[in-house]
Design a protein around this ligand. Structure first.
Ligand SMILES: [Zn+2]
Length: 214
């Protein structure tokens, strides 16, 4: 089976994504790139029913290479991120706090230094319908100089040079959005200056380790 290990890894991370409350129902989609191929979650399959065989393999243009099921509706966004960046994995989710801020803001404010793991204050890509080339285009533009973006009235996407990195960036992004939400309930949060975020980003450059498989 083409990309067996990548497919198995995606199933594992889909289960983590559910356990971590990063998405709701069958929404959200994950992919891993290997050379000219991309392993990506199928459209609309409950995460608990996923097996390595049900993960789809497509090429960088989005054509099906090895898949019995229809790939995620967000194929254009995944392929666009791979074409525009050095990503080896892309994680797209609908986490509550990321999505809440996406309906209110143009950018996630630098309320905590961990936002540096995303490359700096994370932008919100203007709204376009799910699965559309416009959403892919808006998202990639919003990711310039960052490892992720929010999608207005929709959710969040992050990428990395491994699925572990891409995934942990989604977890940190949701945490920073939640922190901002909590702090904002109590008053006007103090924000960190851009130089401090850049300084922390330089220190955290290689932050994050791959946890051995359980
Ligand atoms: Zn979505």
């Amino acid at each position: 089976m083409l990309l067996h290990d990548e497919r198995a890894q995606l199933v594992d991370y889909c289960h983590r994504m559910q356990a971590d409350d990063l998405t709701v129902g069958t929404s959200g989609n994950l992919s891993v790139r290997s050379g000219q191929h991309i392993a990506i979650t199928p459209s609309g399959v409950p995460y608990e029913d996923l097996t390595p065989e049900s993960i789809c393999v497509i090429d960088l243009d989005g054509n099906k290479v090895d898949s019995d099921l229809e790939p995620s509706s967000e194929v254009p966004m995944h392929t666009s991120v791979y074409r525009a960046t050095d990503a080896a994995a892309v994680v797209h989710t609908h986490p509550l706090y990321c999505t809440a801020l996406s309906v209110l803001l143009d950018e996630v404010p630098p309320v905590h230094y961990m936002i540096a793991l995303l490359g700096g204050p994370v932008r919100v890509a203007p709204y376009a319908r799910f699965g559309s080339p416009e959403l892919a285009e808006n998202s990639v533009r919003a990711m310039e100089g960052r490892y992720g973006a929010l999608m207005q009235n929709h959710g969040a996407t992050t990428y990395g040079d491994s699925l572990a990195k891409a995934y942990s960036r989604s977890v940190y992004l949701e945490w920073v959005c939640r922190l901002y939400h909590q702090a904002r309930l109590l008053g006007e949060p103090n924000l960190l200056p851009r130089e401090e975020i850049d300084g922390v980003a330089a220190v955290l450059g290689g932050y994050g380790q791959t946890v051995p498989a359980r």
